[in-house]
Write a protein that binds this ligand. Structure first.
Ligand code: COA
Length: 157
């Protein structure tokens, strides 16, 4: 695509919506830029086609620039990953994605949402606290390098 058309298509606010299995490569790419342990495309694809997995994306033009993925079981959900492409961070996009995701989970009858986050990951911890997640535990040395994980919970509905 020429630079002119790519600029034209990427104008305006990012659009949020459901992830499709064909987004697997783009999600794997953002994941690889965001976490020490990457997900490969096939791993992401297999995850996205699971019946109990719910995922949303942010798109600018034709480019996927952020995603969030959860797995549901017995009325509860675990957020497995959320990431925004580096060039799009710092614009509260993750908050919009998380809001949409939580509304969708609530609509599916989810009563509580859980996640683990590195306690030193300030933007992520702030994102979740602002969205009403509360500490329910701490896993010492959970991450590579010895960082602790906070276990957070948000009740829905
Ligand atoms: C975590 C992540 C999804 C946040 O996405 P984002 O849309 O860029 O979020 P924002 O930059 O708008 O910031 C979220 C909050 O953190 C704050 N923040 C940003 N950088 C910060 C920093 N270095 N220190 C403290 N707070 C910070 C922002 O001010 C904002 O708080 P506010 O809403 O109270 O103002 C994004 O940084 C990312 O993709 N990181 C890599 C993947 C990751 O760590 N995912 C979370 C795993 S659980």
């Amino acid at each position: 695509m020429t630079p002119f058309f790519s600029r034209l298509l990427s104008r305006g606010a990012p659009i949020l919506g459901d992830v499709r299995p064909s987004d697997a490569a783009a999600i794997a790419a953002i994941h690889g830029l965001s976490f020490q342990r990457g997900w490969d495309e096939h791993e992401v694809y297999r995850l996205l086609i699971e019946k109990n997995v719910v995922a949303h994306r942010a798109v600018s033009g034709r480019k996927l620039i952020g995603f969030i993925v959860s797995r549901l079981a017995a009325g509860e959900a675990e957020i497995l990953s959320v990431a925004i492409a580096p060039a799009w961070r710092g614009r509260k996009l993750s908050r919009q994605l998380l809001d949409l995701h939580l509304r969708c989970l609530a609509g599916l009858g989810t009563r509580a949402v859980f996640l683990e986050v590195d306690e030193h990951n300030a933007p992520a911890v702030r994102l979740y606290r602002r969205a009403g997640f509360r500490d329910i535990g701490r896993r010492a040395g959970y991450y590579q390098g010895g960082a602790n994980a906070l276990v957070l919970r948000r009740d829905l509905g």
